[in-house]
Design a protein around this ligand. Structure first.
Ligand code: SF4
Length: 195
């Protein structure tokens, strides 16, 4: 039997015909090829960080999941079919999520530009956390409004704002309100989470 390239492609969609043509069933071979990409990966469920729809995703990772291990990498991201929000689908932006995670341009170190400077300096995480804490306390000490114009106690801090993200859960946001509004008096609190 002579098979042209065109007729081969046609036959490829019909495993039973190929069985006849080649004398063996190629269907298991095709299935195996499709399975290999995520065969040895660990599945982690997460949320797409890009917008407030908050689609659920499954992240496939190769490696032993230990922190900072070289060679542990994300190989595939797909929509979670168990999610009632997106039911396995992702929009064109969400489907590129792997490029957000595995990307040479991703910032992984603290970079600081001092006031008035045109140079970026590399800093440690401890330095950044200390500086944030210092500036926050200084701002709160200077700007806390203890009483309103009628003398009522308000303890409001409007000089600091807190912005969350779409991956913040209800529990996260509950704790954020407890800490930032009830604890520290911050009025501007916003996030885009819908989960
Ligand atoms: S997949 Fe698209 S629609 Fe869903 S959360 Fe991400 S950006 Fe939004």
């Amino acid at each position: 039997m002579t098979i042209s390239r065109r007729s081969f492609l046609k036959l490829s969609s019909a495993g039973t015909v190929l069985t006849t043509a080649f004398g063996f069933d190629v269907t298991p071979v095709r299935a195996q090829t499709r399975r290999l990409k995520i065969e040895r990966t660990t599945e982690t469920r997460s949320i797409c960080p890009y917008c407030s729809v908050s689609c659920s995703v499954i992240i496939h990772t190769l490696g032993d999941k230990a922190r900072n291990v070289t060679g542990s990498t994300v190989v595939h991201v797909e929509g979670d079919p168990d999610s009632p929000i997106n039911r396995g689908t992702l929009c064109p932006k969400g489907i590129t999520l792997k490029q957000n995670i595995v990307n040479d341009l991703r910032l992984t170190k603290v970079r600081y530009r001092a006031p008035g400077s045109d140079q970026w300096e590399e800093k440690t995480w401890d330095w950044a956390i200390d500086r944030i804490a210092h500036l926050f306390k200084q701002t709160r000490d200077d700007k806390l409004i203890e009483r309103d114009s009628q003398g009522r106690v308000v303890n409001a801090l409007t000089a600091v704002g807190v912005i969350g993200g779409c991956t913040d859960s209800n529990e996260n946001n509950y704790l954020m309100v407890k800490l930032f509004r009830a604890g520290l008096g911050i009025i501007p609190l916003e996030q885009q989470a819908r989960i």
